[in-house]
Design a protein around this ligand. Structure first.
Ligand code: NAD
Length: 505
């Protein structure tokens, strides 16, 4: 692992210097709460640090929003809804969304580097996130006018069915794709005509704050509010605020359950995009090269910190040895390093806490009889010593009910199973609490379709992975969530239906 030749490898000091320089160039100017179109300090004061996971250095101290700050932001959002946003036509909202998309694109390089500093993802992948974020705004700008409503006559009645925005929505996002998740939330909410209070993850608040700076002149005052802070403080205050009419949450299943319980008190509608433990099924007819490339990307993209990561491999006996040899070779060829370097394949995990979470699962896999085909540790290279790095890892030989197989590790760890009986394989593939995604790799279209139908998940890729196309709904079965993002259905999650029944007598 780490294919950089020794002479190319930057020293610890060089990495730190480069990160400091980049931070000086791209950090947002404001690290306060963005409420009512202004950057304001929290009522009770206070900050928390966001740390660069590559160097361990503090990037910025960010405002620690709490309940009264959330209340303020919700009030500002209602004010904006009543005074301006509810009066905007769909065409005007479309222009706003398109301008946001253009602005994000214009700042691609800067936003990508900021995301890399705060999250640790390779800058090449961060650029894909930024382009995806712009694409979200463009997609919802495109469909914003599609709200025809319905009319019907029935005897002496004339009925109109119209969709109306909720007014103010609360949106909570995770740290793995900070800017992308912000755009998945903001774009449909604004398109549907809502104002919003967004709470970014405490590990990665910076790109949402920079986005707030960038859209300040584009979006009317108070339409978008950003309250940074801890989940148990700002997050839970948002989920229990009775003036928030709709909650949209992306994060872990454990917290998603709490959000749902909290929303029950005020019977607030909730959509949840939660965790996953997705199977990837390899059939024997497929080219080994293709299978290796797809499986590698399914698990190791974004350092394994993907809700849809293909983290359980089911490879047919006939090709298992070849596919696993290919994967081991691919892992050995992976460049682990400074994520600001375009040549880096795998960056650090987002935080020390997440490193511990992953290494605890590696320990449990060892105790429960897992054989480590490659990886399984933290890299011992001197130049990576400051960062939250974990080796890409393949584990075989675990029982399917082992902890590392059942739990979402959210790291670069693939558990491997060989199969020859299709029905037994599918039973195992579905034998987890999650149902977010899955992958099928075969050139036989009938098999591919049958397997895609048999996998209990909201999204199944055939011969690709991770590529999410606006327009195709994304969301989970089982404990992976409720609701769909990325598609026209999403607008419906941000609107409520009103029937107007007019008597013609
Ligand atoms: P998390 O659940 O710990 O935190 C997510 C967000 O919830 C953060 O902003 C956090 O501050 C907030 N939060 C924490 N406790 C809260 C509480 N009591 N009330 C309200 N908000 C609270 O998740 P994470 O570790 O940031 O992200 C990783 C998880 O996100 C993984 O499980 C991953 O699968 C999931 N995820 C899902 C999708 C999807 O589309 N399904 C996409 C990305 C990430």
């Amino acid at each position: 692992m780490s294919s950089q030749s020794d002479s190319d490898t930057p020293t610890r000091t060089a990495i730190r210097d480069r990160h400091r320089e980049t931070a000086a160039a791209v950090l947002p100017e404001h690290t306060d709460l963005y409420v009512g179109g202004e950057f304001v300090t929290p009522d009770a004061g206070g900050t928390f640090d966001t740390v660069d996971p590559t160097t361990g250095e503090v990037l910025a101290s960010v405002a620690r929003g709490r309940e009264s700050d959330v209340d303020r932001a919700v009030d500002a959002a209602w004010d904006a809804f009543e005074k301006t946003w509810s009066g905007y036509s769909a065409g005007r909202r479309q222009r706003v969304l398109t301008t946001i998309a253009d602005t994000i694109e214009e700042h691609t390089d800067e936003l990508a580097r900021l995301e890399t500093l705060d999250n640790g993802k390779p800058v090449s992948e961060a650029k894909i996130d930024v382009r995806g974020a712009a694409e979200q705004f463009r997609y919802f700008a495109g469909i914003v006018r599609e709200n025809p409503g319905e009319t019907m006559t029935a005897g002496s009645r004339y009925g109109q069915v119209v969709s109306e925005p909720y007014g103010v929505v609360g949106q909570i996002i995770p740290w793995n794709f900070p800017l992308l998740m912000a755009s998945w939330k903001l774009a449909p909410a604004l398109a549907a005509g809502n104002c919003t209070v967004l709470k970014p993850a405490e590990q990665t608040p910076l790109s949402a704050l920079r986005l707030a700076e960038l859209i300040d002149d584009i979006v009317p005052t108070g339409v978008v509010n950003v309250v940074t802070g801890y989940g148990e403080e700002a997050g839970s205050a948002l989920t229990s605020n009775p003036d928030v009419r709709k909650l949209a949450f992306t994060g872990s299943t454990a917290v998603g359950k709490q959000v749902m319980k909290s929303a029950a008190d005020s019977v607030t509608d909730v959509t949840l995009e939660l965790g996953g433990k997705s199977p990837v099924v390899v059939f024997p007819d497929v080219s080994v090269r293709k299978a290796v490339a797809l499986v590698e990307s399914a698990i190791f993209y974004n350092t394994g910190e993907c809700c849809e990561a293909g983290s359980r491999l089911f490879v047919h006996d006939d090709v298992a040895d070849e596919v696993l040899d290919g994967l081991i070779a691919a892992v050995e060829d992976t460049t682990i390093g400074d994520p600001l370097d375009e040549a880096t394949d795998l960056g650090p995990k987002v935080s020390r806490e997440q490193v511990e979470r992953t290494t605890d699962y590696l320990d449990s896999a060892r105790e429960q009889g897992g054989q480590f085909l490659v990886g399984g540790d933290r890299p011992d290279d001197e130049h990576l010593a400051d960062g939250c790095f974990v080796e890409p890892t393949l584990i075989e030989g675990l029982a399917h009910d082992a902890d590392a197989v059942q739990a979402e590790i959210f790291g670069p760890v693939l558990t491997v199973f060989r199969w020859d009986d299709y029905d037994e394989m599918i039973d195992l593939a579905n034998d987890v609490d999650y149902g977010l995604a899955g992958g099928v790799i075969t050139d036989d279209i009938t098999r591919a379709n049958r397997t895609a139908r048999d996998i209990e998940a909201g999204y199944v890729w055939i011969n690709s992975y991770h590529d999410l196309v606006p327009g195709l709904p994304f969301g989970g079965y089982k404990q992976s969530g409720i609701g769909r993002e990325l598609s026209a259905d999403t607008l419906d999650h941000y609107r409520q239906t009103k029937t107007i029944n007019l008597s013609l007598r």
